[in-house]
Design a protein around this ligand. Structure first.
Ligand code: C5P
Length: 413
């Protein structure tokens, strides 16, 4: 990610008051770059270092970057009651790097310097970016403190793996400023979906033929993942039912819980189980319409003379099931990948499917050579229950995810 992209992302969230806490890790020098990214994106940044952080980076650097005076103690500006005002007005607190010492203090409500005191006053979202030696990170004391913070709703980034201070390397390195800025900007997004719960299926099912072979499809799960991330960034809790998705693609967000499944019937069980009490159910998964009637207990062998006979039977239509039994009370959203042909356009087929599936919204995804599958742009039209278009757009999957969520948001408010 380039600095320009990060800046554009930050700017789209609008100017906000960010408190940047810097503690005494060697990575403190990277906080100067982080402060610059925040300022360049138009935010008002107050930098609060600890005394040890000032052993690494000078007060003047932080003051010049933020255009604000830099204090470390509540006694530096007693008339201004700085910790209360700055903490109260903050829209986001980012502590990067966060040492094991400061993490322990935050977990236990210690207020012994301006940063910890300000953080105790703040009621806004808090992002903690740990950076320390591997042994300190792995210590049960640190792990318990991190868990305490996460349970309290603080967003604690996992440290990166790589070169640490000196010759060591391992887990504990502070992620790069661009990544931290991207996470921080995500946290500034309007929380219009707070209080809702989404259940989203993504990826493609695999139906076993024998213990090693399956009937599958090319779905990567990218659209469902983009929807899950967008919903979580907007405050929703998300159950992501992931059908055979590459682990490297799975999102890492504290409000997303991933439930891995394999077959259509496993997907159906997971969706039905999670549907109760959900606000929105979204079926983006590519579900196999048929499965082998029998999936033998041992591998089919060649050379036995005859080729295996595979009888297929129909899988349940999960979306239709969720749309017909409304005891869950959730909004039901389906997806349809269409190409259009000499008998009808993409929208003709989409309309027929919208009526047949009876979902509240059907997102029709035009697939073809350059749109649709994998890491490519996509073109969508969103239809209501009667098949009337309510929104359409074309672009990247994450942009399209925003459009789909905007339409859904008007239905769940
Ligand atoms: O019928 P078609 O596969 O085109 O419909 C696509 C929509 O239906 C998607 O939302 C997909 O997740 C869902 N579906 C389903 N169960 C199936 C087949 C598709 O829920 N067996």
């Amino acid at each position: 990610m380039t600095e320009t992209t990060v800046r554009a992302l930050g700017a789209s969230a609008g100017p906000s008051r960010i408190v940047l806490g810097v503690t005494g890790g060697i990575a403190a020098y990277k906080s100067a770059i982080l402060a610059r990214l925040f300022v360049k994106a138009g935010h008002d940044v107050r930098i609060i270092p600890t005394d040890s952080a000032l052993q690494m980076v000078g007060r003047t650097t932080f003051a010049a970057l933020s255009s604000h005076p830099v204090h470390t103690s509540v006694f530096d500006d007693p008339e201004g009651v700085e910790h209360v005002r700055v903490g109260d007005e903050a829209e986001l607190v980012v502590i990067a790097p966060a040492t094991a010492n400061t993490i322990a203090k935050l977990a236990h409500g210690v207020a012994d310097n301006l940063l910890t005191t300000t953080t105790l006053v703040a009621t806004c979202p808090i992002l903690v970016v740990p950076a320390m030696h591997t042994q300190m990170w792995n210590h049960p004391g640190t792990q318990a403190n991190v868990q305490t913070l996460r349970d309290r709703g603080v967003y604690v980034l996992d440290p990166a793996v790589g070169r640490l201070t000196g010759a060591d390397s391992g887990v504990g390195r502070m992620p790069e400023p661009e990544q931290i800025a991207q996470t921080a900007f995500g946290m500034l997004i309007d929380q219009d979906l707070a209080g809702t719960r989404f259940v989203i299926s993504a990826g493609g099912t695999r139906e076993p033929i024998d213990p090693v072979r399956f009937l599958g499809n090319r779905s990567t799960g990218r659209f469902g993942i983009a929807l899950a991330l967008n919903a979580a960034q907007r405050g929703a809790k998300v159950d992501l039912v992931a059908c055979n998705i590459d682990r490297a693609l799975l999102p890492n967000h504290p409000r997303i819980t991933v439930h891995p499944v394999g077959t259509a019937r496993e997907l159906q069980d997971a969706m039905t189980q999670k549907a109760d009490g959900a606000s929105v159910l979204i079926m983006t998964a590519a579900v196999a319409d048929f499965r082998p009637a029998q999936s033998g207990g041992s591998k089919f062998k060649k050379g036995a003379g005859a080729t295996p006979d595979i009888t297929l039977i129909e899988n349940p239509d999960i979306l239709k099931g969720l749309a017909s039994d409304r005891s869950h009370g959730a909004l039901v959203v389906g997806f349809a990948a269409e190409t259009g042909d000499e008998h009808g356009t993409v929208l003709d087929y989409g309309k027929k499917k919208a009526i047949a599936k009876d979902a509240d919204l059907l997102v029709v995804n035009r697939v073809g050579e350059t749109v649709g599958f994998g890491d490519v742009d996509t073109a969508i039209t969103i239809l209501d229950r009667e098949g009337n278009p309510v929104a359409e757009d074309e672009g990247t999957k994450s942009h399209m995810a925003g459009i789909v969520l905007d339409t859904i948001a008007t239905h769940v408010r």
